[in-house]
Write a protein that binds this ligand. Structure first.
Ligand code: ATP
Length: 342
């Protein structure tokens, strides 16, 4: 468990002081992939750098396991940092060292004997999918490969926690997905806690279990990813959810209602249950109705599917009622009536 209490960071500036992180409280469970999202300047980087004291807190405490990070002296902090790996947006590799020597670097610093070092480096190269590239230099690698080196290096000393500071922001969408898949794989294989900061909601959607939304140095909203997607409370959170789900739906509603005047239109809300994926074809088979999907979007999160579909249901009155009753009573899909036939 990571427990953060009253964490605050004030930067002294010439004119005004800047409070980058403002009395932040947070608990993160072991093994979780915890996302922190916010716009530029929200304080995310400062927050994540406070966790391993790359930035010194102005106030507050950080406990990782039973270790009070904020109370450690320099020597103990160095040891504690071996249990907190970190990866960066721009990889921070050593350009004059090969892939394998970059990965070996933290092991050298930790005083691991050569033979064990070599064994561990090979293991890490396999884990992150860099076999065959051991002797390449960073300048010879793609962005995704560089981040794989960054991940291997961060994992070298078997950390319990991995901090990711905008780790995929410099990568194209396809490479981003591959790196995110790797992070999930590592989280599952090693049981590592991952704290990831980003300004992209699709990153949160794809791999996080929990999310905290930061604004002006504070956490303004927090919860399970699916829950936050479903019921975003703050306007900043709503904007982030729109990044993934789009926003125009209710603007189009009037148009749909006029196009399908006098017809039955429903919105089906899907949350978290993959068993509902075949719902539409099941209803069409089981009841004597036609279902016409008018618009909508379903997206996958680590906690299941989420989204909604606007559908038109055609058929005999009784069959339509039975179909709607079935969805309402027998599945976890919520039915919202947009318009009933006259
Ligand atoms: N070393 C510093 N000295 C002074 N001010 C700083 C320093 N580092 C960050 N800040 C300020 O603290 C605030 C939070 O910055 P931070 O980099 O943590 O935000 P962020 O959410 O990570 O944004 P970005 O993604 O743009 O880095 C900003 O107003 C920033 O200008």
């Amino acid at each position: 468990m990571i427990s953060i209490k009253g964490l605050r960071k004030v930067f002294q500036a010439k004119e005004d002081n800047i409070t980058a992180v403002d009395r932040l409280n947070l608990d993160i469970k072991d093994g979780e992939i915890f996302g922190v999202i916010g716009y530029s300047g929200a304080g995310k980087s400062t927050f994540v750098r406070l966790l391993n004291r790359l930035e010194e807190p102005s106030e507050g405490s950080i406990k990782i396991g039973d270790r009070e990070i904020t109370a450690l002296n320099k020597r103990d902090l160095r040891l504690a940092r071996q249990e907190i790996g970190m990866i960066f947006q721009h990889f921070n590799l050593l350009w004059s060292r090969t892939v394998k020597d970059n990965i070996a670097f933290p092991l050298e610093i930790a005083g691991v004997p050569k033979e064990e070092r070599e064994r561990r480096v090979l293991e890490l190269i396999q884990l992150v999918g860099l076999a065959g590239r051991e002797n390449a230099y960073p300048s010879q690698l793609s962005g995704g490969q560089k981040q794989r080196v960054g991940i291997a290096r961060a994992l070298a000393n078997n950390p319990k926690v991995l901090l990711c500071d905008e780790a995929t922001s410099a990568l194209d969408p396809e490479t981003t997905n591959a790196i995110l898949d790797l992070l999930v794989d590592i989280n599952k294989k090693l049981g590592l806690t991952i704290i990831l900061i980003t300004h992209e909601m699709h990153v949160i959607r794809k791999i996080c279990n929990q999310v905290a939304v930061m604004e002006n140095g504070k956490i303004v909203e927090q919860g399970e990813v699916l829950e936050v997607f479903l019921k975003p409370k703050q306007s900043v959170t709503k904007k982030f959810v729109e990044q993934v789900m789009g926003s125009g739906e209710d603007d189009d509603l009037e148009q749909l209602q006029s196009t399908y005047k006098g017809e039955d239109i429903f919105r089906l809300h899907f949350v978290g249950d993959s068993a509902n994926q075949a719902l539409i074809s099941k209803i069409a088979k089981q009841f004597n109705v036609d279902i016409n999907i008018l618009q909508g979007k379903i997206t996958q999160t680590q906690m299941g599917a989420y989204g909604n579909l606007i559908v038109q249901i055609n058929g005999d009155e009784r069959e339509k009622d039975n179909a709607v009753a079935f969805i309402t009573e027998e599945t976890s899909v919520e039915v919202e009536v947009i318009q009933r036939a006259n």
